[in-house]
Design a binder for this molecule. Structure first.
Ligand code: APR
Length: 263
């Protein structure tokens, strides 16, 4: 924990075997989902958004079909989400993961498209589902760095025309993976390598229902690697967890860090 983080609340008991597994680990892979960012004020993926977008189903907007039907609507939605991330701060869970890396390799493999792990100081080796801050040309794939992709400029509008690629003049698209699209090969390969090299895997804030990403902790468990889950609710990965701790990211991870440091 950084100095300004309060001590974790009493009563969160991390099983001693889980603490020892992390304390003794040289390589830790942390697999995170939307619940990791919930205490930063960002809705989990399956919550419904409020306000301007409450009438839209996020699951319907994050699809190639939605992009084909109305690129300006989909672009505006991702710019709105990016603006919300920019207004958010990493929470005590993000910071605890960054601090955990002081004494061991901590490799973050995230399903999240926000940049809160990076802003907390973690080494994110894979954004399996892309990033809100990596728009690219929908045709030539060239990364787009133009200022009209800057979410701080977009206002609360239901439609914003996406920018045009300066290389091939095609439409620039959000840098996220939509349902039905393949995961970026380089991100998948980095994630597989991290899991394979792990002494222990920590899973935080994911329902564990979206494949192939959710298959990675399962494969680790099948290989005999310890899996420690932090989630207020059971998930589809709970059955693969050596320890499943019913607490939130911003409470459980600082408690884990404090216990690891006490040893
Ligand atoms: N701390 C930890 N976990 C939390 C918290 C919290 N404060 N709040 C909620 N959770 C848990 C929920 O119990 C749930 O299990 O976070 C999980 C969020 O699940 P989803 O909303 O399904 O998000 P996620 O698992 O990341 O979805 C995976 O599916 O929708 C696609 O591409 C999208 O990356 C996303 C993927």
């Amino acid at each position: 924990m950084t100095d300004h983080d309060p001590a974790p609340p009493p009563g969160i008991e991390i099983p001693s075997a889980a603490v020892e597994a992390v304390r003794d680990a040289e390589w830790v892979t942390v697999f995170t989902g939307a619940g990791m960012s919930a205490e930063s004020g960002l809705a989990t993926f399956r919550d419904t958004d409020t306000g301007l977008w409450e009438q839209y189903d996020p699951m319907a907007l994050a699809t190639p079909q939605a992009w084909h039907d109305d690129p300006a609507l989909v672009w505006a939605w991702y710019q709105w989400r990016a603006r919300k991330v920019l207004a958010a701060q990493p929470n005590a869970g993000h910071r605890a993961l960054a601090d955990l890396a002081a004494d061991r390799a901590v490799m973050v493999v995230t399903q999240n498209v926000d940049d809160l792990h990076e802003r907390a100081g973690s080494d994110v080796i894979s954004h399996l589902h892309g990033s809100l801050f990596a728009p690219r040309c929908s045709h030539c794939g060239h990364p787009y760095h133009g200022t009209d992709a800057d979410p701080t400029d977009a206002v609360e509008q239901l439609r914003v025309e996406p920018p045009t690629c300066p290389i091939c003049l095609s439409t620039v698209r959000p840098g996220v993976v939509w349902f039905g699209e393949p995961l970026p090969a380089d991100q998948w390969s980095s994630a597989e390598k991290a899991f394979a090299a792990s002494d222990v895997v920590i899973v935080v804030g994911t329902s564990g229902i979206v494949r192939p990403a959710a298959g990675l902790p399962e494969r680790a468990a099948d290989a005999g690697i310890g899996v420690i889950e932090f989630n207020p609710e059971p998930s589809a990965l709970t059955r693969y967890a050596t320890h499943s701790i019913r607490t939130s990211a911003a409470v459980g991870l600082p408690a884990l860090l404090a216990a690891v440091r006490q040893g």
